[in-house]
Design a protein around this ligand. Structure first.
Ligand code: PLP
Length: 285
């Protein structure tokens, strides 16, 4: 049986059911979803699922691009077109398609809506329930593995957006002990009052930046030393300089943190020199 999906206003055969490569759901996980059970061709607990959907959308400030009633029609239509009697209907709404940038698109774009449905094997599911299942335990690290450069960037997106709304350019993630982790899409650095370059050690809690590694080489090349350790926001407030590093921003001086001037409020000599010297240590292919 051929399958159908709803994609942004159209019911399409599965092979044609595509979203744009710059959909923010695809690039940032900047979206939400719901799954309803289908039984006897009817949606189970639709009202509750739609309420949770609206809450999720509200938390991300993504508008529902159609009425709840129209959405209900789409869900049913996809179930019917796929002739699902027992199974599931899947709904995903992302912030929409826009040039890749962590911050919300401005002006806003129309959110993307995708709905699919498929049958499940009731006999198999009942057999499973009759025997019961085994589970294993794992540490709850959702999501404690930001060392992996995944596209699960929703926290980064929200941090960047908050920074922009508060008149900043970027945000630094700080943990519960006041330790600076990294920026929303860059590594964070300070130069202490004593002149030491400090950046957080790379473990599972930050992304091991390529630019960060190049700066390590540049610093050594200039006879300076790096302290690879945690530093707190308080330390950053008292720093002589602060900066961030990333492939697209290189070494970018930070002159203000949470409204407080860093150093003399101007790009400092260490960050400026590292920016200047960067290409001596980077590899050009
Ligand atoms: N940290 C995060 C969260 C990032 O997203 C990035 C770059 O996108 C970086 C650090 C810096 O990495 P790189 O220097 O490889 O660009």
């Amino acid at each position: 049986m051929s399958r159908y999906a709803y994609v942004n206003g159209r019911y399409l055969p599965f092979r044609d059911a595509k979203v744009h490569v710059e959909d923010r759901g695809y690039q940032f996980a900047d979206g939400v979803y719901e799954v309803c059970q289908v039984r006897g061709g009817r949606l189970i607990d639709e009202r509750r699922h739609i309420e949770r959907l609206q809450r999720s959308l509200g938390e991300l400030r993504i508008p529902l691009p159609m009425s709840v009633k129209a959405l209900g029609v789409v869900l049913r239509e996809v179930v019917a077109k796929n002739r699902v009697r027992y199974g599931l209907v899947y709904l995903q709404i992302s912030r929409g398609v826009a040039r890749r940038d962590h911050a919300f698109p401005s002006p806003a774009v129309t959110p993307s809506v995708v709905v699919t449905a498929r049958a499940l094997n009731m006999r198999r599911n009942e057999a499973l329930a009759a025997t019961g299942i085994a589970v294993i335990s794992v540490p709850d690290n959702r999501w404690g593995r930001v060392d992996i450069k995944t596209i699960g960037l929703l926290p980064n997106v929200l941090a960047r957006q908050t920074a922009i709304e508060q008149g900043g350019r970027d945000a630094w993630f700080v943990d519960k002990d006041g330790v600076v982790m990294e920026a929303s899409s860059a590594n964070a650095w300070i130069v202490t009052a004593q002149g030491a370059l400090v950046t957080r050690h790379a473990d599972h809690a930050i992304l091991r930046g390529i630019t960060r590694a190049v700066v390590f080489d540049a610093v050594k090349g200039q006879g300076l030393s790096i302290e690879e350790r945690t530093f707190t926001l308080q330390e950053a407030f008292a720093a002589r300089e602060a900066f961030i590093t990333s492939a697209t921003q290189l070494v970018l001086p930070v002159v203000k943190i949470d409204g407080r001037i860093v150093g003399d409020g101007k790009p400092g000599p260490v960050a400026s020199a590292l920016r200047r010297e960067f290409y001596r240590y980077a590899e050009a292919g």
